[in-house]
Design a protein around this ligand. Structure first.
Ligand code: SAM
Length: 290
């Protein structure tokens, strides 16, 4: 049988089920088997792998995962596609489908109940672009025992997540992701590999959860608030951005002292600070405020 991920088979499946692509759910389906095989390879999937897929669509990636993995658990929000998936994935008995919003899924219980001891757990997905960040933040914050996350997203979002200081892409998203994971872009994917074609190119980002967070932070909420405020208005200095955020708790003189104590020049911009410097600044603020 021909792979699902071809233009002709995808069109035929959609037509047979009288379906249209829902833009609101980020439905851009992959129609290039070579790219899919590369994704599965980069994700390190083998016959010991327990895989969670987000948004299987009509099963293009699911099929390639099923050919290599031990188990595949796929969550799809669109009920119309569940019917299609039951048909397209019928040849694969190692796939379980869930008609559920991934943001509502209890992955901790799923892994506990279904994964064998010692099995590696991987998330692999061509993510719906409208909620890429929300999905990644859920995966990272839930603390489910996931070894790697290998996901396709808009190229510029991947660049922001993996960016370092003093680049235009560096921002609070980069720091949030890098605080919890080691991440790298493993592959670019041109928009011609999808139907319908999106307006932008894509990239595959791979994230490995850190056993220990990248920096020691005494108050995570304060760390995130301070960091977001520092990027609030990118052209402003860190002093001006922080002054505005903390004006009800810290006066100008105190702010200057705290910056000096943390070794941060007040005229610098947020985008020049490394994650270590943000942590030092947040810990200095935390000791002062408590
Ligand atoms: N995996 C398929 C492929 O690569 O061809 C489809 C990928 S498509 C970019 C994203 C898929 O995610 C769509 O099938 C869409 O219906 C589904 N989706 C959107 N929001 C979702 C959510 N909150 N939870 C689960 N699936 C979702």
């Amino acid at each position: 049988m021909k792979a699902i991920a071809t233009y002709t088979r995808t069109k035929a499946i959609m037509e047979r089920h009288k379906l249209s692509f829902k833009k609101s759910l980020g439905q851009n389906f992959l129609i290039d088997v070579n790219i899919l095989e590369k994704i599965v390879h980069k994700a390190g999937i083998d016959d010991n792998s327990f895989v969670i897929e987000i948004g299987p669509g009509i099963g293009a990636l699911t099929e390639q995962l099923a050919l290599k993995a031990n188990q595949v658990h796929a969550f799809e929000i669109d009920g119309r596609l569940i019917e299609v998936l039951n048909e397209t994935l019928d040849p694969y008995d190692n796939v379980s489908l869930y008609h559920q919003d991934i943001l509502e899924a209890d992955l901790i219980s799923l892994i506990k109940e279904k994964a064998a001891a010692g099995q590696e757990v991987h998330v692999v997905a061509n993510l719906p672009y409208y909620i890429t960040t929300a999905i990644l933040m859920k995966l990272l914050k839930d603390q489910a025992p996931i070894d790697t996350i290998t996901v396709m997203m808009q190229k510029e979002v991947a660049a922001r997540m993996a960016a370092g200081p003093n680049t235009k892409d560096y921002g609070s998203l980069s720091i949030a992701v890098q605080y919890l994971t080691e991440s790298k872009v493993v592959m670019d994917v041109p928009k011609t590999c999808f139907v319908p074609q999106p307006n932008v190119d894509s990239a595959i980002l791979q994230l490995h959860r850190r056993k220990e967070k990248a920096v020691d932070v005494s108050n995570e909420d304060l760390f995130f608030t301070l960091m977001q405020a520092s990027f609030g208005q990118r052209r402003k200095t860190i002093r001006n951005n922080l002054k505005r955020e903390f004006e009800d708790r810290i006066n100008s003189g105190q702010l200057d002292q705290l910056l000096e104590q943390a070794g941060i020049e007040p005229s610098r911009r947020g985008e020049s600070l490394s994650i270590e410097e943000f942590a030092r600044l947040a810990n200095t603020f935390d000791s002062f405020l408590n």
